[in-house]
Design a protein around this ligand. Structure first.
Ligand SMILES: N[C@@H](CCC(=O)N[C@@H](CS)C(=O)NCC(=O)O)C(=O)O
Length: 213
């Protein structure tokens, strides 16, 4: 199995966590988003929209979209499921995952921030305000969801799920960008718990072969 990833990419980080939780090794290909390698012709053959992660299975089948990749891994390696089968818990896990993957991440993606700066000529300070604004809105909503429906130490109980695979990279990004996280105690508690677990540690940006400061 192969993974096209960038150490700092939160969507790649989601898949790396899932792989580590499933105990699966992959051949790692770094795609340098800072250098624009996601837009090179050879990468566009794998991901038409020009992004990471791209997962390639043992039969050479390539898949994009982190949530689809994790769902595939969950089907291939069903022990310790990341997407529960009980209907309401399943919906809650997907609710958190999609809040992060659909409502928070796309607004702050590399190509969106690049468009703001290059095409709309938004300054660095305003771009950072944009980033912080959407992170704050999203994490506030996540905090409410977890306060109302979650239970520790993970998002939903004693076992990690897809929700944790999405939460950790999003919070790591917010932390790296200097966002104030004090208003989200439950989110931070889950984050801290996950960060202490070996599988989450193996998936961290600093542990990847393409890691640079
Ligand atoms: N919805 C996709 C998003 C993938 C994505 O856009 N990843 C970012 C990195 S976190 C990326 O490759 N961005 C490159 C760009 O915007 O140019 C997923 O969940 O896999």
């Amino acid at each position: 199995m192969q993974l096209y990833s960038f150490f700092n990419s939160s969507t790649s980080y989601r898949v790396r966590i899932a792989l580590a939780l499933k105990g699966q090794e992959v051949e790692y290909h770094g795609v340098n988003l800072r250098a624009g390698e996601q837009r090179l012709a050879q990468h566009l053959e794998l991901s038409r929209i020009g992004g990471v992660p791209v997962f390639v299975d043992d039969n050479g089948v390539a898949l994009t979209q982190s949530l689809a990749i994790i769902d595939y891994l969950d089907a291939l390696y069903p022990q310790a499921p990341l997407v529960p089968t009980e209907p309401l818990l399943r919906a809650r896990v997907l609710e958190v995952a999609q809040l992060i993957a659909c409502d928070i991440h796309p607004l702050n993606n590399v190509r969106v921030l690049g468009y703001l700066q290059r095409v709309l000529e938004v300054g660095l300070e305003e771009k950072d305000r944009w980033y912080a604004h959407w992170v704050a809105e999203g994490l506030s909503a996540l905090e409410v969801l977890l306060q109302r429906h979650g239970s520790g130490p993970y998002c939903f109980g004693e076992q990690p799920t897809l929700a944790d695979c999405c939460l950790v990279p999003q919070v790591a990004n917010a932390e790296r960008m200097g966002c104030d996280l004090r208003a989200y105690p439950r989110v931070v508690a889950v984050y801290d718990h996950c960060q202490a677990q070996p599988a989450f540690q193996r998936a961290a940006p600093s542990q990847q072969p393409d890691f640079t400061q």
